[in-house]
Write a protein that binds this ligand. Structure first.
Ligand code: UDP
Ligand code: MG
Length: 308
């Protein structure tokens, strides 16, 4: 039984050796066979050199190297496609996904044959700016409300899956990939291990607030069509309101005559409707943009170099 370890790396020259060392310790104590698949996601530092050297010394440490930065989602997809193990795990290289949890994850899968996947979830968000945690919580509330798939708050991509689940994930070959949603969408019996947040060992996170915000919009647009209802319901309500106002104005004119007033209210209504129309066109645009990218049918990633 082989466990494939899929590890996306973007400018991680310092973390890779530390990660590998930790993982090898875990592998020895588990007595399992590991197959590493490192993905160099267009790093601009020495990540590729580090991976090449690692591969020379350890044939089980395979790598794929992209022609440019395609993003973590693309790296995950490439890694899962190249994984051949009966079990597959997805991990960050910065040791924020504690390797020793793998031992417990594998034990759980061995004990419960009906379980397909053991995931992990952070129960604390220590070391993270409070405003970021707040928005993260809001995001999970919102997405679980408007989307059919259930996304667990704090769930990481770090998980150990059996082969059938991996194959199911690969069936979703869409271009706009949102892994949290994809893992949830395929279903399968998943149990979550809880752990406290760990800071990354070296290097810097490649996410800032703005990129996380855009990522959450991705998640919503990829896994829910609820925003499209805003246009429909908002339009319906303002149409009803306009109708009531029209009747009132006709009655007022017939009863009190027609003094020309109401310029401020007119402006308010025009601005309100103008803004609302732009918003809904924007929402439509988001979905059309997704369709545009999806219909081009471009590959999710391009590999420039890979190990044997
Ligand atoms: N990563 C990647 N491509 C990117 C950004 C990140 O492959 O464009 C990798 C990165 O090397 C790390 C993992 O994705 O192994 C998680 O990234 P990071 O630690 O920056 O995210 P955070 O843990 O802060 O959410
Ligand atoms: Mg990290």
């Amino acid at each position: 039984m082989t466990i494939s370890v899929v590890v996306p790396c973007f400018n991680e020259e310092e973390s890779i050796p530390l990660f590998f060392e930790e993982m090898e310790r875990v592998r020895t104590s588990m007595g399992e066979e590991f197959e590493y698949i490192f993905i160099n996601d267009g790093s601009s530092d020495k990540t590729l050199d580090v991976l090449q050297e690692l591969n020379l010394l350890n044939p089980c440490a395979h790598f794929l190297s992209f022609s440019r930065n395609f993003g973590k989602e693309a790296a995950l997809y490439a890694g899962l496609q190249h994984a051949t193990g009966d079990y597959v795990t997805v991990m960050d290289v910065d040791l924020q996904d504690p390797p020793e949890l793998l031992i417990e994850m594998k034990q759980k899968l061995d004990q419960q044959p009906n379980l397909d996947c053991v995931g992990t979830r952070r129960v604390t968000r220590e070391g993270e700016p409070p405003i970021r945690s707040f928005f993260a919580r809001m995001f999970y509330k919102l997405i679980n409300h408007i989307s059919q798939v259930e996304m667990v708050d704090g769930a990481r991509d770090f998980r150990l899956m059996r082969r059938p689940m991996v194959d199911a994930v690969m069936e979703l070959s869409e271009y706009n990939r949102f892994s949290k949603g994809i893992f949830a969408w395929v279903g399968f019996e998943t149990e979550y291990l809880e752990y406290k947040n760990v800071e990354r060992v070296a290097g810097e996170t490649s996410w800032n607030f703005w990129s996380l915000f855009k990522y959450s919009i991705e998640g919503i647009v990829n896994f829910s069509d609820a925003p499209l209802n805003i246009a429909f319901i908002g339009g319906l309500l303002s149409w009803l309101l306009a109708f009531v106002m029209m009747v009132l104005i006709v009655i007022r004119t017939l009863v009190f005559g027609d003094p020309t007033s109401g310029w401020p209210s007119l402006m308010t209504v025009i601005l309100f409707l103008g803004g609302f129309q732009l918003l809904t066109i924007g929402i439509l645009g988001k979905y059309i943009g997704k369709i545009f990218l999806e219909t081009k049918n471009r590959p999710v990633y391009v590999i420039k170099e890979k190990s044997k």
